[in-house]
Design a protein around this ligand. Structure first.
Ligand code: HEC
Length: 154
């Protein structure tokens, strides 16, 4: 863990209070091939989120870092805003991020099935000032999944 500062603590408090992410962090760390990430911030084998709809998934998982209104945060790390984010014009992009993660964003490939990834991706693309109406499908999500376990990214 990096040295906490107040903002990071607030994030962690939100995560603790709003969801089960800390628990998950313990339960789902690692997964095949993700040992390096597991030290800090990963989610993978074992734990499965139960929520099925995008809103519940967003508030259970994503808002801990991206904030309740998708406004993002800056502190110990930078958590980009999803609100009004033009990169979400691509329906594949948020699904790709959720599957693969990137740097300080963990991969949720092991904890979410294709329907859940599609649901949460479509949720962020249609909320927080984003008004994209085309929807990523579970089949498209499936195609984004790595064939082999992803290499540790750090
Ligand atoms: C542990 C914190 C954390 C959680 C939880 C998290 N993210 Fe992220 N997310 C990040 C960080 C950090 C980045 C920036 C990664 C980078 O580019 O270095 C990011 C980037 C993104 C991006 C790309 C934004 C851009 O402008 O390129 C999207 C889309 C995204 N996250 C969606 C989600 C969704 C949907 C969820 C919930 C399923 C989620 N994130 C959960 C930390 C998190």
């Amino acid at each position: 863990m990096r040295a906490p500062n107040r903002n990071k603590e607030k994030l962690m408090t939100r995560i603790l209070g709003g969801a089960r992410l800390m628990l998950c962090a313990g339960l789902v760390l690692g997964g095949a091939g993700q040992t390096a990430q597991a030290v800090d911030h990963s989610f993978s084998s074992g734990f499965k989120f139960q929520e099925r709809d995008g809103e519940a998934l967003y508030h259970g998982i994503c808002q801990g870092c991206h904030m309740p209104q998708g406004q993002g945060a800056a502190g110990a790390g930078a958590y980009p805003a999803l609100a009004g984010n033009p990169r979400l014009a691509s329906k594949i992009y948020p699904a790709f991020m959720v599957i693969n993660g990137k740097k300080a964003m963990p991969s949720f490939a092991g904890a979410l099935d294709d329907d859940q990834v599609a649901a949460v991706a479509n949720y962020v693309r249609s909320h927080f000032g984003n008004q994209y109406t085309d929807q990523v499908t579970p089949a498209e999500v499936k195609a984004l999944r790595p064939k082999a376990p992803p290499a540790a990214s750090e």
